[in-house]
Design a protein around this ligand. Structure first.
Ligand code: 6PG
Length: 226
């Protein structure tokens, strides 16, 4: 199923879902960028028991874990370090370089989740070019079918550092994927990804969990062209 919800504060809805799945001890994927900061802050305020949950990442920039552009650093500052009962955290190691970090994450995914990872909740954003995670339009990583995590040597937009990203087989294997998108600069990308049929060149439109649910949480500005 797929459901698009337009809300004044879509981040609050996402904070609720994160909290619920964390309390159930779920396998959760967090994402980066600036939009989720607010949702992570709200989830931190709820201060639920995350101790049985495991937190993974959708993608990472190849910078050290305390770097201002690290997705892990953002999630740690806004949410993970604020919780009194924190989860297990499996981060992508930006300090290793993209090939090594992708290989290490692939190994961890297979070791902990088996040959067909099935996340309980994957949170994603959408870029103005309709990328999601670090799956950028026109890049070879879009066609990865065998690996769960792959190196992205050339990012499609700023910050121009190599990345590691989860791949479509993992994203589409999830029980639930939630997109959180806000702002007028995303309206075109949202329309390309979430109108029927989606634009095949819009990576976010290719996230369709094969046996799971897709929820799209938007503010009015991001939904303006739907
Ligand atoms: C990243 C993200 C990326 C992000 C979008 C939206 O590492 O940049 O994981 O996919 O979700 O670029 O980012 P903003 O919220 O900053 O617009």
């Amino acid at each position: 199923m797929r459901e698009i919800t337009v809300l004044e504060d879509p981040g609050a809805a996402v904070a609720d879902r994160l909290t619920e799945v964390a309390q159930q001890g779920g396998q959760i994927v967090l994402t980066g960028g600036s939009t989720p900061r607010h949702a992570y802050g709200l989830a931190a305020q709820r201060d639920a028991d995350w101790s049985k949950a495991t937190v993974w990442f959708s993608d990472e920039r190849m910078v050290p874990p305390d770097h201002p552009e690290s997705n892990f650093a953002m999630a740690a500052a806004t949410l993970l370090s604020q919780l009194s009962k924190p989860p297990t955290v499996v981060r992508m190691q930006g300090e290793l370089g993209a090939d090594a970090a992708a290989g290490a994450y692939e190994a961890l995914l297979r070791e902990r989740l088996g040959p067909q990872p099935r996340f309980d909740l994957i949170l994603l954003g959408v870029g103005p070019d309709s990328h999601t995670a670090s799956l950028f339009p026109g890049k070879p990583e879009l066609d990865e079918r065998g690996r769960f995590a792959t190196a992205v040597p050339i990012a499609g937009m700023e910050p121009q550092v190599p990345r590691v990203t989860l791949t479509f087989p993992v994203l589409n294997g999830a029980r639930e994927v939630d997109f959180l998108v806000s702002g007028a600069d995303k309206a075109d990308a949202v329309a390309r990804a979430f109108t029927e049929p989606p634009d095949p060149d819009a990576p976010a439109g290719r996230v369709r969990p094969s046996a799971g649910s897709l929820f799209v949480y938007l503010d009015e500005a991001a939904a303006a062209h739907l």
